[in-house]
Design a protein around this ligand. Structure first.
Ligand code: TPP
Ligand code: MG
Length: 805
């Protein structure tokens, strides 16, 4: 006779699903509590207006889905002993992430004041979106988070960045269906073309189709399953659908889906890691979770649909203090989770439920990958002096500075190959930026097909190239946040595409630095090459030095901008930035053959100090105040400034000129505003207190004024830089158009030296004639005049006087 009894395994499952459902209830309860309650956290008394926060803030709609996923991930982590982190795309669901880390105990471990009891729960509720408390979004303050999530679009790219070179890690990434409409997120699906199942971890995207954004349906939410399946299959995924609104059916469906995708990930990895297995890109599984926005919340408020609609997005019931009916809705809603069954009288999660969370570092709020500094190992760095360009006389020999840097990076890659913790990202420009020596040591990683004639393309490699600055930036951020190192090389003009991502990372670092439990991560390093002054062939679209201005907006202790004028100073700078942590370093350096100035012995102290007087270039007695200071920051401006000094010296040999070069832009700031700022006394010593300073600067001139406006001699600073005059023309014409050329600089100097009187008139006329000649010449010949192209610094280094007597 056939038995009607449920098999034992299913009975256990039913019981387990019931517990998971309660765990989910607990997380949902804590979410609502954070949004609404100031007091009466366990609802031991009837809810009264004074229990309610005066300002109701937060996002409810997304959190039940996030909480549902978290509870189910806990099950598989425990069952399979998974090393798993949770990247929460809809970071506005912050209270959900906080609730879950509190339930698993990781929150109270980090913040003991928010203890696992009634008092802690009370504080947990109060602190949320409250002055002096925590932000409404998942942030650096949220245990287990590597993704701010406030600005939507970067979750999936961060998840992939975390998974690279972490073969045992599973990165679950919840993607909001609104978030999925952003450009960066839409590009991120292609990251699977760069993930090697043998050497990298797995990313499990969970597309959260709750159907709505703030006040609109979502595109993906309104697409049918057939079209979604086609879309994601086309992206190279195998979507598994979990859909519905009945928790009784949804728990088993989600558990089954998770088991299926994790089995599949296991199979993919086992197959790829077998001896001699062919490397190929698998179709990675993903989950499409279609569940109501604001699931389990109020169905209707004031006769208007809330659950399963965009009205559930933020605070679904407002004006609760004053409106009795709303207060009742809130109370009924909170009591529907039956808090008395979830928490004991002391506010502790019941032991049976607590046992559902993983333990120790397996808890997603305590996983060290989400606090990457804990895992960070220093890089092994070669001796940068070994790559130095020999300089017999300054300004006579040319080199491509970034090509020299490429050789250094090649050996960084070689030295760190065993630890697999360094990557070089770029939007298809590594060769263009002349870093191609790196391909002597590694390849571009690529999991798509490889043709026999492809160049430096392989299934494994330290270089990641994709024509998406968003992906390069996001992968690197994810990689750094999980404890590794890297560098992003980019055309200067197009790095603006990631302005906003830079902003968010800077915010993350600012917050994380204030949290002692977040260990320092490696700095985010940019090499901006193919810069404004040498994009003469590509024209105006490719000419923009404004990223520096954006960078300078950020907290002084986080950002650094370096403008090394030659190869040896670029080598020092590269070595330096790779040794730093918790910073954002921007290096701007040219890739074209350019004159070289400093020996390595000169470059090291110059760069260490960040700026200095180039004695070998000064005209007139070095031991007295000059008539004029000629200063520069940036490679092309430095050459033009020195050429101007040469012109001035020839025409006005009695003029004493001091030559100053700035590598570390932040040295110009007052010391109390930036840790690299030099003292006022030193600044006055270098730039004088009252002599004219003609400053040739790489970017927008206003920046130098902004950095120096508090300095004594600021009124005498005359800055020449990019004034948005760009086009396709010769390199010298570019600087002429912007008044940054030697002739304009020399004229600017003369104009500031009234004492020269009539002596200067003839010289100025000569300079003006030169500009006319240049103008005619380039328009006739299509290249710069030979005297410009072939100019070199005419003076030898003066004999170095070693003594100080
Ligand atoms: C780049 C960006 N644009 C706009 C917003 C404002 N915003 C916050 S939440 C949201 C809707 C998000 O919808 P979805 O991703 O579907 O999340 P969920 O439905 O899970 O709340 C928007 C537009 C933002 N945070 N980031
Ligand atoms: Mg949505």
């Amino acid at each position: 006779m056939e038995s009607t009894a449920t098999p034992a395994r299913d009975r256990t499952s039913e019981r387990e699903f019931d517990l998971i459902d309660q765990y989910w209830d607990a997380a949902n309860y804590l979410t609502v509590g954070q949004i609404y309650l100031l007091d009466n956290a366990l609802l031991k008394e009837p809810l009264r207006p004074e229990h309610i926060k005066p300002r109701l803030l937060g996002h409810w709609g997304t959190t039940t889905g996030l909480n549902f996923i978290y509870a189910h991930l806990n099950r598989v982590i425990r069952q399979r002993d998974l090393d798993m982190i949770y990247v929460c795309g809809p970071g506005h669901g912050g209270p959900g992430m906080v609730a879950n880390t509190w339930l698993e105990g990781s929150y109270s471990e980090i913040y003991p004041d928010i203890s696992e009891d009634a008092e802690g729960m009370q504080k947990l509720f109060k602190q949320f979106s409250f002055p002096g408390g925590i932000p409404s979004h998942a942030a650096a303050t949220t245990p287990g988070s590597i993704n701010e999530g406030g600005e939507l679009g970067y979750a999936l790219v961060h998840a992939y960045g975390a998974a690279f070179d972490n073969p045992e890690l599973v990165v679950v990434c919840v993607v909001g269906d609104g978030e999925a409409e952003t450009g960066p997120l839409a590009a991120s699906w292609h990251s699977n073309k760069f993930l090697n199942p043998k050497t990298d971890g797995a990313v499990l995207p969970i597309l959260h189709l709750n159907g709505y954004k703030i006040a609109n349906p979502t595109i993906l939410g309104r697409m049918d399953d057939e079209e979604l399946e086609a879309l994601f299959t086309g992206y190279g995924y195998e979507p598994v659908f979990v859909e519905g609104d009945d928790p009784k059916l949804m728990h088993p469906a989600m558990a089954e889906a998770l088991d299926e995708v994790l089995d599949r990930i296991g199979e993919i990895q086992a197959a790829a890691r077998r001896e001699g297995a062919p490397a190929e890109r698998p179709a990675w599984p993903m989950i499409v979770l279609r569940s109501p926005k604001g699931w389990t919340g109020p169905k209707e408020v004031d006769g208007k649909k809330v659950e399963g609609f965009w009205r559930a997005h933020q605070v679904p019931v407002d004006n609760v203090r004053a409106n009795k009916a709303h207060l009742k809705i809130l109370e009924d809603w909170m009591r529907s989770y039956e808090p008395e069954k979830l928490f004991d009288a002391n506010g502790r999660l019941r032991a049976e439920l607590r046992a559902l969370a993983p333990t120790g570092d397996r808890r997603m709020g305590a996983n060290p990958h989400a606090n990457g500094g804990l895992l960070k190992r220093e890089l092994k760095l070669p001796n940068f002096g070994d790559y130095a360009v020999e300089i017999a006389r300054p300004g006579t020999k040319t080199a491509e500075s970034t090509r020299i840097m490429g050789a250094y990076l090649r050996d960084v890659i070689r030295l760190n190959e065993p630890t697999r913790n360094f990557r070089l990202m770029g939007p298809d420009e590594t060769t263009s930026n002349r870093l191609d020596a790196v391909f002597e040591a590694t390849n571009r990683v690529w999991m798509e097909g490889i043709k026999p004639y492809d160049v430096s393309l392989a299934h494994e490699g330290r270089v990641m190239e994709v024509l998406s600055e968003h992906l390069c930036e996001g992968w690197l951020e994810g990689y750094l946040l999980t404890g590794r190192h890297g560098l992003f090389n980019c055309y200067e003009a197009f790095v603006h595409i990631v302005d906003s991502m830079f902003n968010q990372h800077a915010k993350w670092l600012k917050e994380a630095r204030e949290l002692p439990w977040r260990r320092p991560i490696a700095s985010l390093n940019y090499l901006l090459s193919s810069h404004v002054w040498r994009q003469d062939h590509n024209g105006f679209s490719h000419q923009d030095p404004g990223f520096i201005d954006l960078v300078a907006n950020k907290k002084a202790d986080i950002v650094r901008v370096y403008l090394p004028p030659d190869a040896n100073s670029l080598l020092w700078t590269t070595d330096h930035v790779l040794r730093t942590w918790n910073r954002i370093n921007v290096i701007v350096a040219g890739k074209q053959p350019e004159l070289q100035w400093m020996t390595m012995a000169e470059a090291i102290p110059h760069c260490e100090y960040g700026l200095g007087i180039w004695e070998w270039a000064c005209q007139g007695p070095a031991d007295s105040e000059p008539d004029l200071v000629m200063a520069s920051a940036g490679d092309v401006p430095t050459m033009e400034m020195l050429a101007a000094v040469d012109l001035l010296h020839q025409a006005l040999p009695d003029l004493s000129i001091r030559v100053v070069n700035v590598v570390d832009l932040m040295t110009l700031m007052p010391r109390n505003q930036h840790p690299h700022g030099i003292s006022d006394a030193d600044f006055d010593g270098i730039f004088t207190r009252n002599k004219p300073v003609v400053f040739a600067y790489h970017g927008y001139p206003y920046m130098i004024h902004r950095l120096t406006y508090k300095r004594t001699n600021h009124d005498n600073f005359h800055v020449h830089g990019f004034i948005d005059e760009g086009t396709t023309t010769t390199p010298f014409d570019m600087v002429v158009l912007n008044g940054l050329d030697r002739y304009h600089l020399a004229m600017a100097a003369v104009d500031r030296l009234p004492a020269l009187g009539g002596k200067a008139a003839e010289f100025k006329q000569h300079l003006n004639h030169k500009l006319v000649e240049h103008h005619a010449y380039v328009r006739e010949h299509g290249e710069d005049m030979p005297e410009i192209r072939d100019w070199t610094w005419p003076h030898d280094r003066p004999e170095v006087d070693e003594g100080w007597d």
